[in-house]
Each structure stands twice: as C-alpha cells, then as structure tokens.
Design a protein around this ligand. Structure first.
Ligand code: PMT
Length: 236
C-alpha cells in the first residue's frame, strides 16, 4: 500500500517576513510516516515548515528499522500543500494494494488577500488584514478522486478545543472520509508539540473508538493498521 501523509502547519504570508500560521510541529505526521514505512509501505511525506528530520533507513541489529521508502516534499502554503497532495496521489493511483491519504497537517483555513513582494513598512499598514478562504485540501481531493476506479482511503484529523467527537463526526460526513482522528488540543499531553496524544477514531459508519493517552508513535501505528483494514491490505 502507498501512504501520502501531510504534516506540520502551513504558512500564509502577507509579505516575505510576516505570515499567519499555527503551533503544529509535524510530530504527529512524521510519526504516521515512520509507522507506515516501518510496516513496509512506500510513503510520500508532505511537510509544512517544520524542524524535523525525515525518518531514515538506519540499520538496527543488522536489519533496517524502516522497511518502506519515505519521499519528502516540503511546502509552505495551503495551496502548495494541495498541489503536492494531488501530485502524490496521481503518482500512486495505480498501486494494486491501494493508497491512503492521512491529513495530520494543520492547514490554514484563511490567507491574506494579497502578499507583498517586499517587506511592508509599518507606517504603510492600516491595521486591518483582509483575508480570503484557502481551498480545503481534503474536500478538493475527494472531488477529484470521485471518478477514479479505485479511490484512495481518506483520513482526516480534527483539532478541537472541547469534546471533539461530534465535530469530528460532522467533518467525517462533510469531507467524505473513511475516518477522522479527533484530538482535544486543550488536554494535557495531547495535540500540538508534545510526543503523546489522546485521540478518538470516528469512523464513517458512526463507530467511535476512544484511545487512551499514548505516544504519537503508538497512535500512528493504530492509524496505519486502520488504513490497511480500509484498503484491504490486512494487518501489520
Ligand atoms: O504537528 P503536531 O505538533 O504533532 O500536532 C498535531 C496536530 C494537533 C496538528 C494534529 O494532531 C491535528 O489535530 N491535526 C489536524 C489539525 C487541523 O487542522 O484540524 P481541522 O479540524 O482544522 O481540520 C480538519 C481536517 O481537514 C484535517 O485533517 C486538516 O488537515 C484538513 N484540512 C483543514 C483545512 C484545509 N484548508 N484543508 C484541509 O484538508
């Protein structure tokens, strides 16, 4: 099976030195890429601006710790991320074992209406920033793959502040996903920046599976396993 995994934030620039963004570090997405590669899958990791190194094939007691290949594509904005995801899915489309897109990235919903080529002068700024909507990557991709004979498995995340399950179920329906991984980013040990997460799997058929607090690597292994089930690829 092939995995396309997005990680980290996007940055939406208003000039070369100023941007709108969020605190995503890419840890959750890199953990999914690592888990998929360790399970033997080929992975395209599409990363927003993050400070993480790409998981490498490293020999461990004579065996490589990562079995599949990880190809990394770095992007900055939501529109670049959409283009990279689309290209990766088209390239992976004919894999006989299927393709999974796991969108852990915290994609900015809005961007400044204009981006200046040179640094804006303080005195030339009005204090009001006009924003326009970014494309929704998952919704756009779902529209594009509708006509494909074998559709990719689409998995989203939901970063919520408060009870995340109802909102995740709505996102699952609206975006036509196989599963949404919901996390309450206000909970200790969950969400942005930390090495652990407390998530709930919300499936398209309405089943809700809450998981205890665990490392992001352990969450990632569960996600990869689920994708294999959806994609018909069996267990790890
Ligand atoms: O990177 P870390 O520091 O490890 O933090 C991990 C995390 C908190 C970023 C991760 O666990 C998480 O919750 N990621 C999703 C964040 C988010 O943007 O959630 P959302 O509810 O706004 O979006 C719902 C889904 O739609 C997400 O899969 C998102 O990737 C996708 N989306 C959002 C906006 C957009 N324009 N296009 C999208 O496809």
């Amino acid at each position: 099976m092939r995995f396309v995994v997005t990680a980290g934030p996007t940055r939406e620039h208003l000039d070369p030195v100023r941007f709108l963004s969020n605190p995503s570090t890419g840890k959750m997405g890199f953990a999914v890429a690592r888990a998929a590669a360790r399970a033997g899958h080929a992975v395209t990791l599409i990363a927003g601006p993050v400070a993480l190194r790409t998981p490498q094939r490293r020999p461990h007691r004579g065996r490589p710790t990562i079995a599949g290949d990880i190809r990394r594509v770095d992007v900055v904005s939501a529109r670049e991320m959409l283009a990279a995801v689309e290209a990766a899915l088209v390239a992976a489309k004919d894999d006989p074992q299927g393709v999974a897109l796991v969108m852990t990235a915290a994609v900015a919903d809005w961007r400044p209406a204009t981006c200046a080529m040179t640094k804006l002068k303080k005195h030339a700024m009005s204090g009001v920033l006009k924003l326009v909507r970014n494309p929704d990557v998952l919704k756009t991709i779902r529209g594009k793959v509708r006509a494909w004979k074998r559709k990719p498995v689409l998995v989203g995340f939901a970063a919520e502040t408060g009870e995340p399950t109802a909102e995740a179920a709505r996102k699952c329906r609206e975006k036509g996903l196989a599963m949404v991984v919901a996390n309450d980013v206000t909970q200790p040990g969950a969400g942005f920046g930390v090495d652990t997460n407390r998530v709930t799997f919300v499936l398209a058929d309405g089943i809700v599976e809450p998981l205890p607090l665990m490392t992001k690597d352990a969450v990632a292994r569960r996600i990869v396993k689920k994708c294999q089930t959806f994609g018909g690829g069996g267990g790890i």
